[in-house]
Design a binder for this molecule. Structure first.
Ligand code: AGV
Ligand code: CA
Length: 309
């Protein structure tokens, strides 16, 4: 039986790569995609999302539009990237989505998909968690329909990646965008697996990986993903701007959980400055599973083999 996956992403390049990766997994059935307007502007991100479904012959998968805007906005230069994606040669001539305003709202779609599910569902989140929390606040009984939540979020025994005013740098962006919803999600004590910076720091986008990927560009997905990853290297080479395989690593957890080292911890989330959005270990906190390490060689090879399509 394939795992049923409900995905919420926020339209950044690695979110879109993650959506492609899920669609290559033989044991995963994607039952819906919702988009959060966090690391993207919603209209172009919905367009990319729909085009990637078409590319994989899966345009019947329902989409939901996030209407909720978090507390701490992402930088505009990051949010604007999907515009470039929609203009790539493999995507530019695909039909646009019908009408982005005709999509159901993201929490509505989450409620609908969880209600309709006969078996439990795995929720994959590669952006902030606000849509899921909005859905569960409206329909708390649906918590019982969730098998596991896998979320790229947090930073525990390492520094965060938020550098802005009124902040001490301890938070990771997906949590910082909406610290209040993040704190609520952790407090539910659902089966929640976090893929935090502690482990994503082990998997930067490297020229060596891209060079190997380029040797297989006769495969459509190697060609497209190589172009998408190349767009992530437009940054100055300091830690703050290094592009990691954040969301792709979280997504790969669905297929290769045994290659991760995980730990059950008690944790909580700060909702106030100077460390709003910090995820921290706390004996008085809530139980969550966090990934701390991954077999990086296996991970990069897994990507190279999945994108041979
Ligand atoms: O904090 C990591 C999250 C991931 O979900 N995002 C990017 C990934 O989609 C925010 C982010 C941190 N640094 C970034 C980010 C950067 N340099 N460019 C774009 N987004
Ligand atoms: Ca993301």
């Amino acid at each position: 039986m394939p795992k049923r996956i409900l995905m919420d992403h926020d339209g950044a390049i690695d979110d879109l790569l993650s959506q492609l990766l899920v669609l290559t997994m033989p044991d995963a059935e994607l039952i819906g995609v919702t988009v959060t307007p966090a690391d993207c502007y919603i209209e172009p991100a919905l367009e990319s999302t729909y085009k990637l479904l078409q590319l994989m012959g899966k345009e019947e998968i329902p989409l939901g539009r996030g209407d909720y805007y978090g507390i701490n906005a992402f930088p505009s230069e990051w949010r604007a990237r999907p515009e470039i994606i929609n203009a790539l040669p493999m995507l530019i001539n695909l039909p646009k989505s019908p009408d982005p305003y005709a999509y159901p709202s993201a929490p509505e779609l989450i409620i609908d998909r969880l209600s309709a599910a006969k078996e439990k569902v795995t929720v994959l989140m590669t952006g902030p968690c606000s849509n899921l929390v909005l859905a569960l606040e409206k329909a708390p009984e649906l918590k019982g329909k969730i098998d596991e939540i896998v979320w790229m979020a947090g930073a525990f025994r390492t520094t965060g990646n938020v550098q802005t005013y009124q902040h001490d740098g301890s938070a990771e962006w997906n949590v910082f965008w909406d610290p209040v919803s993040s704190q609520k999600l952790v407090s539910y004590e659902l089966p929640l697996t976090l893929i935090p910076l502690d482990v994503t720091n082990h998997v930067p986008v490297t020229k060596q990986f891209l060079s190997t990927l380029a040797t297989q560009i006769d495969y459509k997905l190697s060609n497209l993903t190589g172009q998408l990853w190349a767009l992530t290297l437009d940054t100055i080479p300091s830690y703050h701007y290094t592009y990691f395989m954040w969301d792709i690593l979280a997504t790969s957890y669905l297929a290769m959980p045994d290659y991760f080292t995980t730990e059950l911890v008690k944790a909580n989330v700060s909702t106030r400055p100077p460390n709003a959005g910090q995820t921290y270990l706390d004996d008085q906190g809530y139980v969550v599973k966090i990934a701390t390490d991954v077999n990086t060689g296996y991970f990069y090879d897994y990507l190279l083999s999945q994108f041979k399509q």
